[in-house]
Design a protein around this ligand. Structure first.
Ligand code: CLF
Ligand code: SF4
Length: 298
């Protein structure tokens, strides 16, 4: 093992570039942008671009069908031997349009049984898919949890779309937070390794992330990744957060340091786009656009 990580867990993270800082020097991940739709609205999201929870906002990924995505994964795996993980992280929510996500994993799994699968979600639909995630052998899941207090969450999420109905305000926040916690508890009860991403939004949740860290640790989260809000007016309106700036690197570090006793911290996140390909911090996605893929049937 490594540090205070038991050997049995180390075996499950040692080739995952996000779950192990060590692994990111040796292993590559790729994302396929098969999940265009989202079931919530984050105030910091500009829907024209990728899900800002897991991905660098402000870039538009090429939307793929599951078949196109599988072709792309085969092409990348043939060219990048360090590829160890396939993640689905948007551009919307990976579990809202869940059929596309699981069909992609099914197609890829038939050809590349050793590739690890990874999912990132806002958590609203998560409790409905815990068993399906287990069936696809998905051992790594990320939930974006920006708050555990509905009052704070209501300032981050103006609405959610849940069971055919739109909810707003505190009611929406309560439903979302309950579903996130339920999903986290049920995944960790099954032994799945869960990472929690929190977007640090100065003035909104910066002082609150200590409480988030404690709550997720108590429910068995394996890692906590505090990522900065990327605010760039060039990327258009973030409708609820006018005037809110992104934190400085020093502010991010101060919050991370304040979480010392909580869940393990991830400090090497590169806020990848929803179609990223390569080592973390490297992006070869331009080499694998659809027009460049071989037509091989899958
Ligand atoms: Fe992708 Fe996310 Fe899986 Fe990694 S990214 S779905 S856990 S395989 Fe990694 Fe990229 Fe940070 Fe995400 S560096 S944005 S944490
Ligand atoms: Fe945007 Fe992602 Fe939030 Fe959905 S979950 S609104 S895609 S940032």
């Amino acid at each position: 093992g490594q540090g205070d990580v038991p050997d049995a867990v180390w075996d499950r993270i040692k080739d995952h570039p996000c779950f192990s800082e060590e692994a990111h020097h040796y292993f590559a991940r790729m994302h396929v942008a098969v999940a265009p739709a989202c079931n919530i609205q984050c105030n910091y999201c500009n829907r024209k671009y990728d899900c800002a929870n897991e991905s660098r906002p402000g870039v538009t990924s090429e939307r793929l069908t599951p078949e196109q995505a599988a072709r792309k994964v085969l092409a990348v795996a043939a060219r990048i031997p360090q590829l160890s993980v396939l993640g689905i992280a948007g551009p919307g929510d990976a579990l809202f349009d869940w059929r596309r996500t699981f069909e992609t994993f099914r197609l890829v799994g038939e050809k590349l049984p050793d590739l690890k699968f990874c999912v990132s979600t806002n958590g609203l639909a998560l409790p409905d898919h815990v068993d399906e995630l287990a069936r696809h052998n998905i051992d790594h899941v990320t939930i974006t949890i920006n708050a555990i207090d509905p009052e704070i969450a209501a300032g981050i999420y103006p609405w959610i779309y849940f069971k055919g109905k739109r909810h707003t305000g505190i009611e929406a926040a309560r439903i979302l937070l309950d579903r996130q916690m339920e999903g986290l508890e049920r995944l960790t009860a099954k032994g799945v390794l869960v990472k929690v991403n929190s977007v640090l939004i100065p003035g909104l949740n910066d002082a609150h992330l200590v409480a988030v860290n404690q709550a997720i640790k108590a429910r068995g989260a394996f890692l906590h990744n505090v990522m900065p809000l990327i605010s760039d007016p060039a990327h258009g309106t973030r409708f609820g957060l006018d005037g809110v700036r992104g934190p400085t690197p020093a502010e991010v570090k101060a919050v991370q340091d304040s979480l010392g006793g909580g869940a393990h911290l991830m400090r090497h996140c590169r806020q990848c786009r929803a179609d990223a390909v390569g080592m973390l911090g490297e992006d070869l996605s331009a080499e694998f656009t659809l027009d460049k893929l071989p037509e091989a049937p899958v």
